[in-house]
Write a protein of this length. Sequence first.
Length: 291
Amino acid sequence: MIYLNDELVPKNKALISVFDHGFLYGDGIYETLRAYNGVVFRFDEHLERLFRSAFMISLTIPKTSEEIKQAVYETMKANRQEDAVIRISISRGAGPIGLDPDLCPKPTFVIMSGEFKEYPKQYYQKGIKIAIVNTRRNFKDALNPQIKSLNFLNNILAKIEAKDRGAYEAVMMNYREYVAEGTISNIFFVKDKALCTPAVDVGILDGITRRIIIDAAKEAGIDVKEGRFRKEDLYNAQEVFISNTTMEVMPVGEIDDIKIGTKPGRITKALHSAYKKKVAEYIRQCRLHIK
Ligand code: PLP
């Protein structure tokens, strides 16, 4: 079942207009969330980011946070899902051809939830291959990567390059050749025992997983550097990993044919365990709250 506007409808009846400006112009925003054991992890942070994205494109979300939460849980329940990947998409809505947002009186609101499928184990055991691509991350004063928008062509072009090179994920530089982020992930590396990751003002999405990892690292006494890094910093790193809501902490074994390690590094492993602990604790707290 799909939640479309104000109701749950079967998948084959979940249809939207060809005049939807999400389809015509990529005019809209979205969030991807993950539920563990029936609990949506860090729901508030995802909703805050959803509302921030909406604000940044002058879109009024037609529901409150509480209403969205309820609708998400209803959708998961209708699909009998406990471990799920949820996507909330909101487009400008249907309207005549033309860019003016006022042409669209009503945003289109969609929730999709699918069973979470584990990534292949070997990705975590051996690390994935990533490629530093020629496509630059959107210049933040043109289309700020902090807007989680439906307009994903920048990322798709990078993904195509990565695929052509046999890599699972691309890493984009910003327009000044500083490491930015992946197509659907943030990037981290370890150098001289410090955990390094591009600063948000390089022009990246401030991933919710990224923030949790930074907090976990600080709690473990690991030095964290959010800054500006060059691709050589990645090539020379002792450990590299990427992060997002569904992958959590995914080790990188190879960048542009340069081997980083045949196994995930010590800090990568420790941070993934710390992340899993935070998930377990969050679920426990939510369940206590529900009781
Ligand atoms: N960067 C980009 C471009 C993304 O699309 C995503 C997630 O989809 C991320 C980073 C990671 O964000 P999060 O950890 O909130 O899933």
